[in-house]
Design a protein around this ligand. Sequence first.
Ligand code: NOJ
Ligand code: CA
Length: 712
Amino acid sequence: MQKKYIISCIYMLLCSTLIAAESLTSPDGNLKLLFSLSKQGEPVYELFYKSKVVIKPSKLGIEIKNDKGLMNDFSLMDTKRTTFDETWTPVWGEENQIRNHYNELAVTLEQITNSRYITIRFRLFNDGLGFRYEFPQQKNLNYFIIQEEHSQFAMADDHKAFWIPGNYDTQEYEYTECRLSEIRETMKKAITHTPNSCFSPTGVQTSIQMKSKDGLYINLHEAALVDYSCMHLNLDDRNLIFESWLTPDAIGNKGYMQTPCNSPWRTVIVSDDARNILASRLTLNLNEPCAYKDVSWIKPVKYIGIWWEMISGYKRWAYTWDFPSVKLGSTDYSKAKASPSHAANNKNTKYYIDFAAKHGFDQVLVEGWNEGWEDWHNKSKDYVFDFTTPYPDFNVQELQAYAKSKGIRLMMHHETSSSVRNYERHMDKAYQFMADNGYNTVKSGYVGSIIPRGEYHYGQWMNNHYLYAVKKAADYKIMVNAHEAVRPTGLCRTYPNLLANESARGTEYEAFQGNTPSHTTILPFTRLIGGPMDYTPGIFDTKISFVSKKRGWVHTTLAKQLALYVTMYSPLQMAADLPKNYDLYMDAFQFIKDVAVDWDESRYLEAEPGNYLTIARKEKGKENWFVGGITDENSRISSFQLNFLKPGKQYVATLYHDGKDADYDTMPTSYEIKKGIVTNKTKITVKLARSGGFALSLTEATDQDKKIKKWK
Ligand code: NOJ
Ligand code: CA
C-alpha cells in the first residue's frame, strides 16, 4: 500500500511540472479536458466529469521504427478551437435523427529538433471524449512505420471492469467482471476460447466498460478504424494506467503510414447513469458521413436460415464423406455420394423458404451450399472455396426462382476460411454471381488463421481487407454481415451496407460451451458500442433436444430469447432456431414476427452492466413500440411507466413473460402471454426468472380492439 502511495506521489510530482495548459469543456459543461506539455515536451491530457476525475494526467505519443519518435520534445505551435452542432439522418439505426454536438480543440505540436509537427485533435461531446493523432504531409514526416502507439488512459481508482482478454485473432470470449487490480490473477480463467494466449498478463480488448466506486460509468474504445491496426489496451496494474497496444503484422510492425494520415479516434464515453452509455452516439458521430449517394438499396433484414442445424451438431455443411481431400476444380462432386446429413439441399431450402414466406421474413441464409466444405478448416489451405460453385443438390437458379415467387431472397454465405488472398482473388466474380442470382446480402466469415500467413485478424492489413470487401460489395449493391472480422468502430455510418458484424461471442457458443446468463447484459455496453451485432437470438428449444450428443445448451428462458430482439440492437436479426421448434410455440413466435428491425426512437429504461437492462423502441414510420427486458442469473422485478406512448391514445399491449415456474435451467420454456389496453399512464410490473426476460409489443388500438380489457 505504502509503495503504491509513493509511486502515485512521484507521478503527481511529475505531472505538476506540466506547462502550457489548455482547457476545453463539453457543450453542457459537464466534461472538462485539460491539455498540457510536460517538461520533456510530452503531450498530456486529463478528463473530468462533473468535477470527478475520469482520466488522470495521461501521456500521448507515437513510437516510430528506427526514429526518435513522436513522443516528446514537443512545443506548442498552434491551438484551434471550434464548435460543431448538426443533426444527421442515419440510413437505419436506433433512432432516425442523431445530434452531433461537440467542442473541439486541435493542438499542433512541433518537434523543433526534427523540424516536423503533428496535430492532436480533441472533441468533447456531452457524452464523452474523442481524440486522434493527425500527421500532415511535410518534408520531414512522409513515410513511417509505427512501432507502438502510447496513448495512456490513467484511471482514478481501482474500478470494476467488464473485459475480455487481449488477443489479435479472436473476440469470442466470455466477459470477466472484476476490479482492475484483479485482471492479472483472473486472466487465465478469462481465456475461455482458443487461441489460448493474451499479448500480456494484463492485456484487454476494447470496448471495455468500467464502473467507479462512486458510480461513474467509463467506457474506452475507438472510432473510425481505417487503414490502421486495431487498438488493445495494456494495463499497468500498479498505477492503474491503460496504454494502447496495437495489433502487429507478421513481422511485428504495427502500422505503415504515409502522410497526410491520421489515427482512429480514441474514445472515452462517460456518465453517472448507465443508461446514457447505451444512448451515446459518440462512436457514430466520430465517423465520416455516408459515403454513398444512393442508399435506396440498403434495407434492414429479418431472416431465418439453414444454420443452427449445423452449429448444434445435428446436420453438416459438407455434402459428402467420399473424398480424402478436396481440390476445387479437379474434385468431381457429381460422382460422390450425397450424405444425408447435408442440410443445404433443395428440399430443405424450399422448406425454409416456405416457412419464411408464411411468417413474413425477408431472407433465408443457406450455409454449406458451395463446394469445399469437406476440407476447409485448420489446413492453412490457400485455394479453399470459389464462392460460385454450388453442390450438386443445391440448384441456385431454381431456388432463387422459387424464393422470388414467394417474396423471399436467399442470403449468400461466404466462409473465407481466412484465406483472404483467395477471397480477394474471387471477390468480383463472387459478388457478380450474387447480383446475377438475386442475392443482396452476404454473411462472410473468417474462421482460422489468416493467409497471408502470420497476419492477424485485427492488424492493419486485415482491417483494410474488411473495408475493401464492404466497399466492393457496395459496387454490386450488396449488404454485408461479416463474422470474425475486427470489432466495429462505427464505420456503418459511412458505409451503411455494413449491416452487422459478429466480432464477439454469439449464440453459436451456447451450442458449444454455453454463454453465461449475464453475457447479453454486458454486450450492449461493450461490443455494441462500435456497431450492430448479428447475435442470432430466438432459440426456443433451449436444451437443443433434437440433438442426441449435445455439447451445450442455451442459458436463458424462452422469454429472454424474445427480449434480445430489442436489447441487442441490430438492423439484421435472425430467428435462429429450426422452423419445427417455432411450430411448437407459435403464440410466442408472434413476437419475433411482429418486432421491428429499424427504429425512430429508443428509450433506455433500466440498465446496469452485468445485471439487467430494459429498452423501449419505436418502430420506424409506425406508432408501434417494442420493449425488451433481460436479467442475469438473478431473477428480478422490472417496473416502468409507458410514458413514451402518445398522450391520450390507447394501445394494445401484449406481454410475453416468464411463467411462474420459469427458470433458465429447470423450466426455460415456461412463459405466459398477457394482453390489455394501456395508455401512457400505465405502469408495467413484470417478474423476470433467473436468466429470464420479457418482451412487450404495443400497437395503437383500433375500434375493434377497444373490446379488450384494460391492463391490470
Ligand atoms: C463461424 C460463424 O460465426 C458461424 O456463424 C458460421 O456458421 C461458421 N463460422 C461457418 O462459417
Ligand atoms: Ca464466430
